[in-house]
Design a protein. Structure first.
Length: 267
């Protein structure tokens, strides 16, 4: 049984650290990498297929035909991997490896050490992370967004948006069976679905664990532009209305649902 890592990719041909991924593939037999090409306009798909050729049994490539956002890409990877009997648990990291493999492996170990846990996620906001680097503007925006998210979730979580999370296999249908409202803020929806399923307060918190990252570096050329950033408060409001005010009911009956326009091929 393996741990799978989903890596959503959009126009990553030039900045994807091919050597880092290639080394990880060769050195780790207990991991499986699942790259999801989110309708890239450059030759990202060729780069991913080249990585797959290094060790086909350890690498899957999902080629989404249209750019649909990180939420749809991660969801496509999660549903595909849930259909594989050799995958014990799965998570995701950003393609730029702002969170490295050592930190991700630490999250996996935390998940395996406590059978009550269903999700373990990295945090860039804990003290002691000497390798955490951010520019001033992103830190200010992050703090504002963090306040909005705390008001929506009502859970003592320091960092919902860190791009490094790992889940047990059994919660995948509940978390990813339905498509997400947001293309980029789906992490908030994941926590809301967990809260809906397990209950508020300490009950949900007993099934999740936030772990400080040793290293996290913001990589330039972010896919989230200034205009998108300004829309974040409104997007969060939409999520809050959908999940809280409308009392959205999550079920596991629509696991095989495919979003319109996000048809993909798997290799």
């Amino acid at each position: 049984m393996k741990t799978a890592i989903i890596i959503p990719c959009y126009n990553e041909a030039k900045r994807l650290d091919k050597n880092a991924f290639a080394s990880f593939i060769k050195e780790n037999n207990n991991y499986h990498l699942c790259f999801v090409n989110d309708g890239s306009k450059d030759n990202t798909i060729d780069v991913l297929y080249a990585l797959q050729k290094l060790k086909a049994s350890k690498v899957s490539v999902i080629d989404m035909k249209r750019n649909s956002g990180k939420a749809a890409a991660v969801r496509a990877g999660a549903l595909y991997l849930h259909g594989r009997s050799d995958i014990k648990q799965m998570g995701f990291v950003d393609a730029d490896l702002s969170t490295d493999f050592e930190d991700f492996d630490n999250l996996v170990k935390k998940l395996e050490d406590n059978h009550e846990l269903k999700m373990v996620f990295g945090s860039r906001n804990h003290k002691g992370g000497d390798g955490i680097e951010r520019d001033g503007a992103r830190k200010l925006l992050s703090n504002i967004v963090k306040l909005f998210i705390y008001m929506i979730l009502g859970l003592p979580i320091k960092d919902t948006q860190c791009g490094a999370k790992v889940f047990t296999r059994d919660v995948i249908p509940m978390l990813y069976g339905k498509s997400f409202k947001s293309k980029w803020l789906f992490d908030v929806e994941v926590f809301l679905r967990l809260k809906k399923h397990y209950g508020a307060g300490k009950t949900t918190m007993s099934h999740i664990l936030e772990v400080p990252l040793k290293r996290w570096v913001h990589v330039d050329d972010s896919k989230l532009g200034v205009k998108d950033s300004l829309k974040i408060p409104f997007a969060l409001m939409e999520i809050w209305v959908s999940y809280t005010m409308a009392n959205l009911v999550m079920t596991t009956e629509n696991t095989a649902e495919v979003d319109p326009g996000t048809l993909y091929s798997i290799a």
